[in-house]
Design a protein around this ligand. Sequence first.
Ligand code: NDP
Length: 260
Amino acid sequence: MKLFAVIGDPIVHSKSPRMHNNALQVLMKNAVYTRYHLKDNAKLKEIVNFFNGVNITIPFKEEAFKIADFKDKSVVDIGCANTLLNKNNKIYAYNTDYLGFLKAIDNFCNIKNALILGAGGTARALAFALKIKNIQVTISNRSSNRLKHLSDYECCLYSNLNLHKKFDLVINTTSAGLHDTDLPCNEIILKNIFSNARYAFDVIYGKNTPFLNLAKKYNLKTKDGLDMLLWQGVFAFELFLDCKKTKEIFKAMEIALKLP
Ligand code: NDP
């Protein structure tokens, strides 16, 4: 039997076990998917070696990059991995967050440029996804430290954002919004940006974030991170089991997510 897991801190709320286990059952795979609460960066490699494959979530995606023996091109570019395969005692690293995001925005039309709020691992994955679609990317953050590592993109602090620039798509990759009242940046900045934009995307899922609520007031088409979560899971499953039954995997994971 094969063994898979999602590793993170915290991990108790992760939806990945229910998504993957339902797909494993529906596709009759001899495997099980669990979760592992890791507290110490230094132990990641030791724990990964125990599984056939793992998904990596906050805060270990950069460490996952570091421990890999082989890195997919996307992983090299993004600098983070969310999917690791353990084959012949070697660790292979992939990033399915960016693929999941591209699927999630599949029906967004005619996007020429995008503004990403936040500069963490998710922002880097999404910037890479947009770059390969030839979409011009600007990344903005509340502090400068993380922006220093994003030299491939136009970057600025929120305080230096050009409020007259037109962005077709505005994306929140920060954790602001997990709390019911928080916006990623000053409301006046967002109101200016939204008044010229067409789409808003929030990586947070399962709740109406203040960011998306404000975007709706400006008649933007909005989307939360649920489809991204689903699709990153589908692509990870395909890698884990070398299984290309994409539609069946998606359906099984979607059903699992809707369960109470
Ligand atoms: P990181 O910790 O790498 O980066 C967090 C970013 O958010 C930083 O730029 C940080 O700014 C900023 N930030 C954090 N809190 C606030 C706040 N209160 N106000 C403004 N900015 C803030 O996190 P990740 O990029 O890995 O993950 C970000 C989010 O994406 C998480 O909520 C995660 O759950 C979600 N996610 C969703 C996925 C999906 O499938 N839907 C997949 C992957 C992630 P600073 O640099 O100043 O600290």
